[in-house]
Design a protein around this ligand. Structure first.
Ligand SMILES: [Zn+2]
Length: 114
């Protein structure tokens, strides 16, 4: 995963160990998937328990890279409100800062004359 936004340099890991909390999100996602798979099996398929467990373990291992990233994304979005148009926002902030600098310079120059 990227450590920061490539456009506005927003650092995603706020502090050391920030993403430990994503483990809880990952636990919730995995538990939800297991419950849904169990309910679907009980309602429609009714396979043997051994096969269901084998399917769940296999799907857990296969889906782990996706779950890992998804949990981090969800955890991060609880704390950040990252603007998808941060490139445009960054340009607007730069323009605003430049205009403020020119406004600040003008009163100083007028004081020099006083
Ligand atoms: Zn950004």
């Amino acid at each position: 995963m990227n450590k920061s936004c490539s456009t506005c340099n927003l650092t995603f890991e706020k502090e050391v160990g920030f993403f430990y909390g994503a483990m809880y999100v990952s636990y919730g996602l995995t538990s939800g998937f297991f419950i849904i798979a169990y309910v679907l099996d009980a309602l429609f398929f009714q396979v043997k328990v051994q096969y269901l467990i084998a399917f769940l373990v296999l799907s857990f291992v296969v889906l782990m890279p996706i779950t890992y990233r998804l949990a981090r994304l969800i955890w991060m979005n609880i704390f950040y409100a990252h603007d998808p148009n941060c490139k445009n926002r960054l340009m607007e902030e730069t323009i605003l800062a430049e205009s403020q600098m020119t406004h600040q310079e003008n009163p100083k120059e007028s004081k020099k004359f006083d």
